[in-house]
Design a binder for this molecule. Structure first.
Ligand code: 13P
Length: 262
């Protein structure tokens, strides 16, 4: 049985005080909803790089476990790469996850499938305990042209070609249709399930066990009122949440949907 993962991608939002308050607020709500036991699903927050250290510290002082992840990382381990953040740095801070290939990185910073695969590969060879969250998804134009599966398969194949199926063991994939990100338009649970099933089957062709165990998240306008239906789908193992992760009430509401289902 796969655990559900509720992950917040803060994007370029937040501050020192926001980081401390959001984490303690979510932990308090999650702890209350779980009762005596620890939550039966996982929580992850991905703040901007300058707040990662504080986020880890703040998480460590909560009664509920909240993992911290970076939103991006360099494919190089060190050196003359001004403005970049390395894998050893985020691991040093205590991060447990790193998002790779988010559509905003692909679109605004020209991250190609090849570069994303290099980052994924660097992450796997650097430290096997740092979990890469590979983000994939099609644009509206691609969906309307019936190319969703082609695009998602291409994005995953680029990484498979670099690390092989073994590289996906313990990794996470987030399916985020670009047309649903920040638009208030969500893929219906059935639409999302179809793509998740496609992704799991694609991995199953390489290794049934890896495919069965990998957590596949859905991202794109997940809110407290649609989370439960989305997470209830057979191949959806949680969500990668943008806007709604910036508010204790709504992120905790999404966590509660996971708690109910898990
Ligand atoms: P929204 O939840 O704001 O649509 O963003 C989704 C996303 O991009 C998470 O990575």
């Amino acid at each position: 049985m796969r655990r559900l993962l509720v992950a917040g991608n803060w994007k370029m939002n937040g501050s020192l005080s926001f980081t401390a308050e959001l984490i303690s607020g979510v932990a308090a709500r999650a702890s209350h909803a779980a009762g005596q036991n620890p939550p039966n699903y996982d929580i992850l927050v991905c703040p901007p790089a300058p707040y990662l250290g504080l986020a880890v510290e703040q998480s460590n002082s909560q009664s509920v476990s909240i993992a911290v992840g970076a939103q991006n990382v360099s494919s190089h381990l060190k050196g003359a790469f001004t403005g970049e953040t390395s894998l050893p740095m985020i691991a040093d801070l205590g991060c447990e996850y790193v998002l790779l290939g988010h559509s905003e990185r692909r679109e605004y910073y020209q991250e190609s499938d090849v570069l994303v695969a290099e980052k994924f590969s660097a992450c796997r060879s650097f430290d096997s305990s740092l979990v890469p969250v590979l983000c994939v998804g099609e644009s509206l134009e691609e969906r309307e042209a019936g190319k969703t599966e082609i695009v998602v398969a291409r994005q995953i194949q680029a990484v498979l070609g670099k690390v092989g199926i073994a590289g996906f063991k313990g990794a996470v994939i987030a399916y985020e249709p670009v047309w649903a990100i920040g638009t208030g338009k969500t893929a219906s649970p059935e639409e999302a399930q179809l793509v998740h099933e496609f992704i799991r089957n694609l991995l199953r062709d390489h290794d049934a066990k890896v495919a069965e165990e990998i957590q596949l998240l859905y991202g794109g306008s997940v809110k407290p009122d649609n989370a439960e239906q989305l997470f209830a789908q057979t191949d959806i193992d949680g969500g990668l949440i943008g806007g709604a992760s910036l508010d204790v009430e709504s992120f905790a509401g999404i966590c509660e949907a996971a708690q109910k289902l898990a």
